[in-house]
Design a protein around this ligand. Structure first.
Ligand SMILES: Cc1ncc(COP(=O)(O)O)c(C=O)c1O
Length: 218
């Protein structure tokens, strides 16, 4: 079975404990795309396993990108020696594509080193910043769904209104984009905010208040 750990537009988690239990029951292999949870979720950024307090062996294949929380490019797969060996010899993308550039490997390695030395503090700051930003929007009456990650969807609905809101936000100095169908279902367009551990409270406050004002006046 293959699933995302976190759905990228809503920020909602897949029920990995239930999915893992079904896989165990039927002897299926579980592969989880942790592009939106690894280095982010859990007390020390350990990902979906830490978030749900699972045993790492509950997930057979973890894949994640090196282009989001780790600001390089490329990605990785973590699994048993047997599966990695199989992928090395059978995956077309690995065999026929040019390898990850050395520079990007170095950038990714440096990012991972920073993560390793500050992971608890970074995860705490990220969660705190996300909570702070979300609470201001909610207090302003803005519907932001039920994300458990720094992806904060601002639910708009109509595509034209979402495009207009994004343009107004950008005109006000905010780097935020609208997302339309088919990335989200028709009629469920959003603005998609991404919070980082490096954001300052004053900037988050300013951004949330501006977004609130723009969305309420659409
Ligand atoms: C769930 C998910 N998986 C994988 C990727 C691929 O990331 P990249 O091609 O940047 O490594 C993305 C990118 O947005 C994603 O959202």
């Amino acid at each position: 079975m293959i699933t995302d750990s976190i759905f990228s537009m809503s920020g909602k988690p897949a029920d990995i404990p239930a999915i893992s239990a079904i896989c165990k029951k039927y002897g299926a292999i579980l592969m989880v795309d942790e592009c939106h949870s690894m280095f982010i979720l859990g007390k020390t950024g350990g990902g979906i396993v830490e978030y749900f307090n699972l045993n790492p062996d509950d997930i057979d294949i973890v894949m994640a990108t090196l282009s989001k929380a780790i600001p390089a490019s490329g990605g990785y797969i973590a699994s048993s020696r047997k599966i990695i060996n199989y992928l090395k010899h059978e995956s077309r993308g690995f065999i026929y594509s040019i390898a990850l550039p050395t520079l990007m490997c170095k950038v990714a390695k440096e990012g991972i080193n920073i993560f390793k030395s500050e992971r608890a503090e970074l995860a705490r700051k990220l969660a705190e910043n996300t909570r702070y930003f979300s609470e201001i929007l909610r207090a302003d009456g803005i519907d932001i769904g039920e994300s458990v990650t720094p992806i904060v969807p601002i639910l708009i609905g109509d595509s034209n209104k979402a495009a207009l809101a994004a343009r107004k936000c950008q005109d006000n100095g905010l780097f935020i984009h609208a997302v339309f169908a088919p990335v989200v279902p028709q009629g469920q367009a959003i603005l998609r905010a991404s919070i980082t551990a490096a954001h300052k409270k004053a900037d988050l406050f300013m951004a949330a208040r501006k977004i609130g004002m723009i969305v309420r006046n659409l």
